[in-house]
Design a protein around this ligand. Structure first.
Ligand code: EPU
Length: 441
C-alpha cells in the first residue's frame, strides 16, 4: 500500500479549502452514540483513518455503523454484544479508552486495553482512572494482559476534581455521569470548544449537562435518544494547518466554514506575525501573505490558550519569519518529533533548555524531576528550504512535515502518509486544489 507523499514544493499556495469535521468531536460523538437508543445520525464526520479504525472497533463490539453519504454516519448500538475491546483494534487509537462509558452503561462491566494512539509522550490516564474510581466505578489493571477491568456496583455519583484538566478525561467522566441516579460534578474541567460540541449533541438528545465556569454538573436522565441529526463542528486544527501554510508559502488561502470565536486567539497571533487575515462572509477567513513575517514566540496551553495541536504548524510559519522565535510546549511531552526532520530540509531549528520555576505545576503532563525533557525549540528564519526524505512519527508533526516539503524547492518524499491521514481528510486533493504538487506513492 502506498504510504508516502511525493511533493514538489516551493510555490505559493492559493485557493480555497473547505474544512472537514473536527476529528476530536467525530470520535467522541461516535463513542457516545453507543449509549443512545435507536439510530444516531451524525453529519460532517470526516473519513479519516482514526474514524475508520473506530468504526471497525465498534463493529467488533456488535454495533452497526455505516456511511450513508460521504460524511453522514449512521450508528446503532442496540445490538451491542461484546464488553471486551479487542487489543489490536483498541491499541490503534488512544481514544478507545473512552469506550469505558458505553460498555459500562450497556453491560455494567467491561475490559478495555491500555490506550495506544499518537506517540507524543507517555500519555498516561492516571487522572482519568482516579476520576472513574471517585465516581464509584471499580477499576483494576492487569499488567500481564495490559487490560483495565471496570465494574459498576452502584450508579455513579459524587464529585471529582481534576488536578490538571484533561480533555478526553473530562469527556469520559461526563459520559459516565450520564448513568447517575443522582448528580455528578466534575471540577477543573478542560474547556476546549470540541467538548462544548459534545455537550450540545448530548443535551439535544436528552442529557442534562450544565456548564458552570470550570465545573460540569451532570444530572439524572431517563435515556439518550436522538431527535434530529447532529452536525459536528469544523476542524480548527485543519484550519490552522492551511492558514499557516498560506502565509509561509507567500500564498493566499480562504478557509471555512468556522465560527470566529473558535479561532479568535489564533487570529490575533496571526495578525501579530504580520499575516494578512480577513473575515469573509459565511464564516470564511482569508489568510494572505502581505510582506515580511514577524517572529512570534508561543507557549502552548489548554483552551483558550494557543493549542498544542497548532504548534507544529506554527513552527512551519516561523521558518519563514525574519528573526528568532521560541516555541514552548507545556501540554504534552515529546511533541517535537518534527524537529530533526525539518533540519533535513535545511531549517535552522534546535532544542534549547527550558528554565521553569515550578515544572510540576507549569507542565500539564506528570513532570518527573529526575527525567530530562525537551520542551522548548528555537527557530531562526527565514530559512531557504531544500528537498529531503522525511519520516512522520505523529499526526500533527506529519502535517508540519508535509507542509515543510511544500515550502522546499525540489522533490521531497514524506513517509508515513497514513499517520497524517489519521486526522486530515482529502489532504492530497485539498493541497492539489491550492496548486501544490503532491501525489501518494
Ligand atoms: N495526562 C495525564 N494523565 C491523565 C490525563 C492526561 O498525565 O490522566 C496528561 C497527558 O499525557 C497530556 C496532558 O495531561 O500531557 C493533557 O492531556 P489531555 O488528556 O488533555 O489530552 P488528550 O485528551 O489526550 C486531546 C486531544 C489532543 C489534543 C489535547 C489537547 C483527542 C482524541 N485528543 O488529547 O489531540 O492535543 O486533547 O486539547 O481529543 C490530536 O488531535 O492530534 C491530538 C493529540
Amino acid at each position: 500500500m502506498s504510504d508516502s507523499y511525493l511533493i514538489s514544493g516551493g510555490r505559493p499556495l492559493k485557493g480555497e479549502v473547505v474544512l472537514s469535521g473536527a476529528k476530536n468531536v467525530a470520535l467522541k460523538t461516535i463513542i457516545a452514540a453507543l449509549m443512545f437508543k435507536g439510530d444516531v445520525i451524525l453529519k460532517n464526520i470526516p473519513r479519516i483513518n482514526d474514524v475508520i479504525d473506530l468504526i471497525e472497533l465498534i463493529k467488533s463490539l456488535g454495533a452497526k455503523a455505516e456511511f450513508r453519504e460521504k460524511n453522514t454516519l449512521i450508528v446503532n448500538a442496540d445490538g451491542l454484544k461484546n464488553n471486551k475491546v479487542d487489543l489490536v483494534n483498541g491499541s490503534k487509537i488512544r481514544v478507545s479508552f473512552m469506550l469505558f462509558a458505553p460498555l459500562l452503561y450497556r453491560f455494567g462491566e467491561c475490559f478495555v486495553p491500555n490506550p495506544g494512539g499518537c506517540r507524543i509522550g507517555a500519555r498516561p490516564i492516571d487522572r482519568i482512572v482516579a476520576g472513574l474510581v471517585a465516581l464509584g466505578i471499580v477499576v483494576t489493571y492487569d499488567e500481564g494482559t495490559g487490560y483495565f477491568h471496570a465494574k459498576i456496583n452502584k450508579k455513579p455519583k459524587g464529585k471529582y476534581r481534576f488536578e490538571k484538566p484533561s480533555h478526553t478525561g473530562t469527556e469520559l467522566l461526563m459520559l459516565i455521569g450520564l448513568m447517575t441516579d443522582h448528580t455528578v460534578e466534575i471540577e477543573n474541567v478542560a474547556n476546549e470548544p470540541e467538548i462544548d460540541d459534545l455537550i450540545l449533541y448530548l443535551n439535544s438528545s436528552g442529557a442534562n449537562i450544565v456548564e458552570d465556569n470550570n465545573k460540569l454538573i451532570i444530572n439524572k436522565i431517563s435515556e439518550l435518544k436522538q431527535k434530529e441529526a447532529f452536525t459536528i463542528m469544523s476542524d480548527r486544527n485543519e484550519l490552522v494547518t492551511y492558514a499557516t501554510l498560506a502565509i509561509a508559502s507567500h500564498g493566499d488561502i480562504t478557509v471555512g466554514p468556522i465560527n470566529e470565536n473558535l479561532i479568535a486567539s489564533f487570529l490575533d497571533i496571526m495578525k501579530n506575525a504580520g499575516a494578512g487575515v480577513e473575515a469573509i462572509s459565511n464564516y470564511k477567513y482569508r489568510f494572505f501573505y502581505q510582506g515580511e513575517i514577524k517572529p512570534v514566540d508561543i507557549e502552548t496551553s489548554p483552551h483558550p490558550g494557543f493549542m498544542t495541536d497548532w504548534q507544529p504548524s506554527w513552527a512551519i510559519m516561523m521558518l519563514k519569519a525574519t528573526g528568532k522565535s521560541i516555541i514552548h510546549e507545556r501540554v504534552f511531552e515529546n511533541r517535537f518529533s518534527y524537529v530533526d526532520e525539518l533540519k533535513k530540509l535545511g531549517a535552522n531549528i534546535e532544542f534549547i533548555e527550558s528554565r521553569v520555576e515550578n515544572p510540576e505545576f507549569f507542565y500539564h503532563f506528570n513532570h518527573d524531576k529526575n527525567k530530562s525533557y525537551q520542551q522548548v525549540i528555537k527557530i531562526v528564519g527565514p530559512s531557504e528550504l531544500h528537498n529531503a526524505i522525511l519520516n512522520i512519527a505523529d499526526l500533527r508533526a506529519g502535517a508540519a512535515l508535509a507542509c515543510g516539503a511544500l515550502l522546499a524547492t525540489g522533490e521531497s518524499v514524506v513517509n508515513g502518509a497514513s499517520i497524517l491521514e489519521r486526522g486530515y481528510e482529502d489532504f492530497v486533493e485539498k493541497v492539489k486544489k491550492l496548486g501544490g504538487e503532491i501525489k501518494k506513492v
